[in-house]
Design a protein around this ligand. Structure first.
Ligand code: GTR
Length: 360
């Protein structure tokens, strides 16, 4: 069956039609993009504080001869001051910057949110990343607010009034990626045209929400994010809105759970969030054995995002009108997707594909 036919049968809300029925054009796309973000704020991830923020940082320890004298490693403590609410919050960031790239001029940077605070890490092959001329800024997600249904009592969650900000943990983690970028850009070393966002799984959902919101992220890499990330929710295999919002209620706002077992009635689906990155680059990494996430429902989102890039007059990816196969990589000029062999993981293979796009 053609993927376009599978998609048609799902009767999805149309990215290229405003909520009031007006058609979307290249001229009003930015307006539609903002409308999509609002839909996801209201229905899924909640409303995050909008600042303005003053962000500063200090280097707690550093080594300028890391990885055979090729890498500058800095362990930093970054502080965000919210000027509207008068709230201060600090968290650690580890920065690895390739020294050669620094000497040659500004280098690309990936802001990476991780499951662990160690470096290197099985999800972050530092030497390989920096050898490719890319810097990486790593945040440990539990430093921002614990991945627990803790009644919003830990980390940054505890500092903001819930009556005003119904933000979810995914919203908080995404916010920390933006504030980390504030700090990194203040250093004057990173190339603003090649800033990437990356996370895996629940943090892949976070990377997508971050990248849709903050247009400074020119490359949004979304690894194995699945349900409530980049997978079309309607009729996907594996995890559903009912399961995810029951098991992980803290990842979402209070409204999302009301869509349990009524995905077909949602005025949105996740393909709209993937498309909301356009005209910037969005890339989904998936794995064939990751049926819980559902690589085919993930493919649908990128396949559909192509119509937005086309409408904007941009070059699109060559996504075939069928299900993807193992090890197929479609790294198009404006959007990408791959389905690697194996299971749920953030592998070297995934990093290599993302870096290839960021540095080409
Ligand atoms: C699973 C969850 C997925 C995915 C994964 C992860 O338990 O059902 O949505 O996010 O965790 O983050 O590792």
């Amino acid at each position: 069956m053609k993927i376009s036919e599978e998609i048609k049968a799902l009767n999805l809300p149309d990215t290229l039609t405003f909520a009031d029925g007006r058609p979307v054009t290249a001229e009003n796309w930015e307006k539609r993009r903002r409308e999509i973000i609002r839909i996801f704020e209201d229905n899924e991830y909640g409303h995050s504080p909008k600042g303005p923020f003053t962000v500063s940082g200090k280097v707690v320890s550093d080594r300028d001869n890391d990885y055979a004298n090729k890498v500058l490693t800095e362990h930093c403590l970054v502080t965000s001051h919210d000027e509207t609410e008068g709230v201060d919050f600090s968290w650690p960031v580890v920065l690895h910057t390739p020294k050669k790239a620094l000497a040659d001029g500004k280098c690309p940077l990936i802001v990476f949110i991780n499951f662990r605070d160690q470096t290197p890490d099985s999800y972050m092959p530092v030497e390989e990343i920096t050898d490719s001329g890319v810097a990486v800024a790593m945040i440990y997600y539990n430093d921002i607010s614990k991945d627990e249904h803790d009644n919003w009592s830990t980390g940054v969650a505890a500092l903001y009034d819930r009556a005003k900000y119904d933000w979810s943990k995914i919203g908080m983690w995404a916010w920390s990626m933006q504030r980390t970028l504030d700090y990194c850009m203040s250093l004057g070393r990173y190339d603003e045209s090649r800033i990437g966002s990356l996370g895996h799984s629940r943090l892949g959902k976070t990377s997508l929400w971050n990248g849709a919101n903050d247009t400074r992220f020119k490359y949004v890499f979304v690894n194995d994010s699945g349900c409530s990330g980049d997978a079309v929710t309607r009729h996907k295999t594996g995890e559903t809105v009912e399961i995810i919002s029951r098991v992980f209620p803290h990842w979402f706002n209070g409204v999302y759970r009301s869509y349990s077992d009524r995905e077909d009635e949602m005025p949105f689906d996740q393909h709209m969030l993937v498309a909301a990155v356009a005209p910037r680059y969005v890339y989904g990494g998936t794995a064939v054995e990751d049926t819980w996430a559902d690589p085919y429902s993930q493919y649908m989102s990128y396949y559909l995002a192509n119509s937005v890039y086309a409408m904007l007059g941009m070059k699109t990816a060559e996504f075939p009108d069928r299900r993807p196969e193992i090890n197929e990589v479609f790294a198009g000029p404006s959007c990408g997707y791959h389905m690697r062999a194996g299971a749920h993981f953030l592998s070297r293979y995934d990093w290599q594909r993302y870096i290839a796009v960021l540095t080409r």
